[in-house]
Design a protein around this ligand. Structure first.
Ligand code: C5P
Length: 220
């Protein structure tokens, strides 16, 4: 994509999983590979945007012309996003952020003892909802990874989190979502629905970036 349609715009993107520490050697996380977020970052940079990518721990090479900020926990990711969101035109929350963190992280490695043990969890900040609540919010895009009732939950998130678009994939299907190199998305705005059929994550990312740019123009 040589057309620099996003020249002069700043796009902020989150990608990958977060890790929530249990003790110095253990954590809770998820299977997010970061591939979709990195593909979007590349597509936006290729289209001329200045791109900041806030990434959880992933084994991926940073696309060229992308400013990458590495984070570990949801709280780290929240801090970095809030520190960089000012003057951002588009925010895309592609990260699989842990909904909960450990209430009290143990300072030393937890020892094996009883047959049962409990870990107390508390809610993490909702990064995309906090961005969408800003007075001068950027055009805000969320993702919904659902295993059931995809449309219902995606539209609920769109409204509840005050998003402009939400991209839904059904992670129950085997050839899309998480570690796969392909994906298919249904994107919802408040008024419309767009289908991006099964393709490589890089192709899907290019289509999504074009769709976001077009929907943002329509909104202005
Ligand atoms: O509510 P749920 O986690 O399913 O919403 C998914 C969307 O919200 C994704 O865009 C994800 O990146 C974002 N999210 C977030 N911060 C959280 C949880 C989810 O930005 N703590």
């Amino acid at each position: 994509n040589t057309a620099q349609i996003l020249k002069g715009q700043h796009w902020l993107i989150t990608a990958g999983p977060t890790r929530e520490a249990i003790d110095p050697v253990r954590y809770i996380s998820n299977h997010s590979s970061g591939k979709m977020g990195f593909a979007i970052a590349k597509a936006a940079a290729d289209a001329g945007a200045t791109v900041t990518l806030v990434s959880g721990p992933v084994a991926l090479v940073t696309p060229s012309n992308v400013n990458r900020i590495n984070v570990i926990s949801a709280e780290n990711m929240h801090q970095q996003v809030m520190a960089h969101v000012k003057s951002t035109n588009v925010f895309i929350a592609c990260a699989a952020v842990a909904d909960y963190k450990i209430a009290e992280v143990a300072q030393q490695k937890i020892k094996k003892s009883n047959d049962n043990m409990q870990i107390n969890l508390v809610k993490n900040p909702d990064i995309v909802a906090d961005v969408a609540a800003l007075a001068d919010k950027p055009f805000t895009v969320g993702f919904a990874a659902e295993t059931q009732d995809v449309e219902h939950y995606a539209k609920d998130k769109l409204t509840r989190k005050n998003l402009d678009l939400i991209a839904a994939n059904n992670v129950a299907a085997s050839n899309q979502g998480f570690n796969s190199d392909t994906n298919a998305l249904t994107v919802f705005s408040h008024a419309k629905q767009f289908e991006l059929p099964l393709a490589s994550k890089q192709q899907i990312a290019q289509q999504l970036v074009a769709l976001i740019a077009q929907q943002r123009d329509e909104n202005q």
